[in-house]
Design a binder for this molecule. Structure first.
Ligand code: FE2
Length: 390
C-alpha cells in the first residue's frame, strides 16, 4: 500500500434519509435554523414535475417568506449563476434550499456563500478569491441519484468562453443539511436515471480503488456499489419502484460521501475532455469510459476489483482473485448494456485525430485525479484507453 497523507473525512453535520423524509423533517429543520426569509433554488423541470409545490407545501406557515428561483440551467455556465446572484442581491435570505440535481445544488451552495461575501462568481470559480466564512444555512434535497453534490465541498460551472469546466472548492460550501428522499426522484426519465446512476457508481468505484481510500470511505463505497448494482436496472426500467429509487438515493449519497473522502481517478479525468467537447452528460461520459479504465486499473489493486465483482453480484466463488477481478469489468459492461448506455465514443461522433490531444490534456490538467488512480498511467496508457473506447 502506498503511503498517502490522510484526508480529513468531512460530511454535512446533518443528513436525513428515508421515504417521506422531506415532509417529516424539513419544516422543523428550517425552524431550527431560525430562518424566516428563505430562498428555494430549483429549475423549470423540477417546478414542472410538481416537486416545488410539494416542497412549498411542507413549509406552509404564516411566518415563513418563501422566494423561489427556478432559472438554473442544466450543467450551468458561470453567467447563469451570475444572473441568479443578481436576482438575489439585497434580499437577505436566512436559509437557502437547493431542490434539484447537481447543477441546482452547486448553484444553491454558491449563492449562499456569494451572498455572504459579495463579489462576482468569477472571483471564486477559477478566480483568485477564497471564501472566508459560511453563508446562510443550506439545505440540499437531491432530485436525481447521481452527483452526491449534497455532501461535497466542490462546485462545477461551465466557462463558455474557455470551453471548459471550472471548479471552486471550499469548506464553507459544505451544506448544513442533506435530506435524501426518494419520493423526489420518482419521475426522473430512464436515460437520466441511467446516466446519473452510473455517475454515482463511478464515484463509489473510483473512491473504493483510489490511492486515498480509507477503511471509512470503503464502508460507504462498498454499500454504494452493492445498492446501485442491484437496483439501477429496475430504477431505469420501472421508475416508480420506490425500493429501487431508495436504493439509488442511498447509493448516490454513499458514493458521494466516498468521493468526498477519497476522491476519484482516471474515469473522471478522462471524461472531462470528452464531455467538454461532445454532447454527452458527465454521467454518460463516465459510464462509457468506466469499463475501459477498470480493465487497465484492475492490475493496480486486484483484491479491491475482485471485491467489486462480488458486490456487483458476479459468481466469484471458487475463482482466483485475478479471475474475480476480471469479472468486475464484465459486470460494468453488462450493466451499461442493460440500461442502454453507449459503449463507444464514436457513437457521439468522436474521431481518432482528437485522442492524442485529449491524452496530453489529461496529463497536463488532471494531475490531482490521475495521482489518485490505483494504477500509475502514462500519456501512452491514457491514449490506449481512449483508443479502446473509440
Ligand atoms: Fe462524477
Amino acid at each position: 500500500m502506498a503511503l498517502v497523507k490522510p484526508v480529513p473525512f468531512k460530511i454535512p453535520p446533518a443528513i436525513i434519509t428515508g421515504t417521506g423524509s422531506v415532509r417529516e423533517n424539513l419544516l422543523a429543520e428550517i425552524r431550527g435554523f431560525k430562518a424566516k426569509n428563505i430562498l428555494i433554488v430549483s429549475d423549470s423541470v423540477i417546478a414542472g414535475a410538481g416537486y416545488l409545490d410539494e416542497l412549498r407545501g411542507c413549509l406552509a406557515g404564516p411566518d415563513l417568506n418563501l422566494e423561489t428561483y427556478t432559472d438554473i440551467e442544466p450543467e450551468p455556465a458561470i453567467e447563469n449563476l451570475e444572473a441568479a446572484l443578481a436576482w438575489c442581491r439585497g434580499k437577505s435570505f436566512e436559509a437557502v434550499i437547493g431542490l434539484g440535481g447537481g447543477s441546482v445544488i452547486d448553484s444553491a451552495k454558491m449563492l449562499s456563500a456569494l451572498l455572504a461575501h459579495g463579489g462576482a462568481v468569477r472571483d471564486y470559480v477559477g478566480g483568485p478569491k477564497a471564501f472566508e466564512k459560511r453563508g446562510a444555512p443550506t439545505v440540499m434535497i437531491p432530485t436525481t441519484s447521481g452527483t452526491g453534490a449534497e455532501v461535497t465541498v466542490n462546485v462545477v460551472f461551465k466557462d463558455k468562453a474557455a470551453k471548459l469546466k471550472r471548479v471552486a472548492v471550499s469548506p464553507f460550501l459544505m451544506p448544513d443539511l442533506a435530506i435524501i428522499d426518494p419520493l423526489y426522484t420518482l419521475t426522473v426519465p430512464p436515460a437520466v436515471t441511467a446516466a446519473t446512476g452510473m455517475d454515482a457508481l463511478t464515484h463509489a468505484l473510483e473512491a473504493y480503488t483510489a490511492i486515498k481510500a480509507t477503511p471509512m470511505t470503503d464502508l460507504f463505497a462498498e454499500d454504494a456499489i452493492r445498492r446501485i448494482s442491484r437496483s439501477l436496472r429496475t430504477a431505469v426500467t420501472c421508475g416508480h419502484n420506490i425500493e429501487a429509487r431508495l436504493d439509488m438515493s442511498l447509493g448516490s449519497l454513499f458514493g458521494g460521501i466516498a468521493n468526498a473522502g477519497a476522491s476519484v481517478g482516471a474515469v473522471h479525468a478522462l471524461s472531462y475532455p470528452l464531455c467538454g467537447e461532445y454532447n454527452l452528460s458527465h454521467g454518460a461520459g463516465n459510464a462509457l469510459l468506466m469499463p475501459y479504465v477498470a480493465e487497465v486499473n484492475m492490475m493496480g489493486n486486484i483484491p479491491k476489483f475482485a471485491r467489486v465483482a462480488e458486490l456487483m453480484g458476479e459468481p466469484v466463488r471458487g475463482l482466483s482473485q485475478r479471475q474475480a477481478a476480471a469479472l468486475s469489468v464484465n459486470a460494468l459492461r453488462q450493466l451499461s448494456l442493460d440500461i442502454e448506455i453507449p459503449l463507444h465514443m464514436s457513437q457521439f461522433g468522436v474521431t481518432e485525430e482528437v485522442l492524442p490531444r485529449w491524452a496530453k490534456t489529461v496529463m497536463e490538467t488532471q494531475g490531482r485525479l490521475m495521482s489518485n488512480n490505483p494504477r500509475v498511467l502514462t500519456e501512452k496508457d491514457v491514449l490506449g484507453i481512449y483508443k479502446a473506447a473509440l
